[in-house]
Write a protein that binds this ligand. Structure first.
Ligand SMILES: Cc1cc2nc3c(=O)[nH]c(=O)nc-3n(C[C@H](O)[C@H](O)[C@H](O)COP(=O)(O)O)c2cc1C
Length: 183
């Protein structure tokens, strides 16, 4: 394919294994700049980006996730050793105002997440978009993590993107049939 945007869309994967090596400052800046160029309803930009590289904090969060979700029969894969962030050295947490400025704030945050994923792919980095951290933010320790991650007052977790140098490869997901109508 000769079109780099379509190629990136086709080749991006959810990466669930990372090299320990941290991404560079330049790479992080590239991702944060791309993220902030995302479109949003009425251009509200209803998001805050917390780029977390504090390994101890990420490890604590991931351990808490296992403690919280590990008992859930619907999440049988979550047991001792489950790595919420797949050892990614950087996780970008996207938070959004509780008093949403439009009906589309969550969608806007999703667009930011995919913008980060595609930008990262284009510079040779892997990502996985993560909704599971919600369980920890909704637990009694949630407010402490919101503070530690510098969510602005009145913002809540929307979605996260783990980023790093991929240590694994993955096939494209199967494309479901019947999800398109043409009128
Ligand atoms: C909103 C959203 C939340 C997701 N949350 C998680 C998650 O918490 N953990 C995880 O491993 N993958 C998560 N994923 C990744 C999906 O499982 C993945 O996108 C899907 O299986 C398709 O695979 P692909 O991204 O490699 O094409 C999430 C994806 C989206 C869009």
């Amino acid at each position: 394919m000769n079109n780099p945007v379509l190629q990136a869309i086709a080749d991006r994967r959810s990466i669930r294994g990372y090299a320990a090596e941290q991404i560079t400052e330049e790479q992080l800046e590239t991702l944060l700049t791309a993220a902030r160029q995302a479109p949003s309803a009425k251009n509200c930009q209803p998001w805050h980006l917390s780029a977390v590289q504090d390994k101890a904090l990420l490890d604590e969060f991931a351990r808490d996730y296992v403690a919280i979700a590990g008992g859930d029969p619907a999440k049988a894969e979550v047991k001792e050793g489950y790595s919420l962030f797949f050892r990614a050295p950087t996780v970008i947490f996207i938070s959004t105002p509780v008093e949403a400025p439009s009906r589309y704030a969550q969608i806007d945050c999703g667009i930011v997440a995919q913008t980060i994923a595609l930008a990262a792919h284009s510079i040779g980095l892997g990502t996985v978009i993560l909704g599971r951290p919600m369980d920890v933010f909704q637990s009694p320790k949630g407010p402490a993590f919101e503070k530690a991650f510098k969510f602005p007052e009145g913002y809540k977790f929307a979605i996260a993107v783990a980023v790093g140098k991929p240590a694994i490869s993955k096939d494209a997901h199967p494309i479901r049939e019947g999800l398109v109508s043409r009128v």
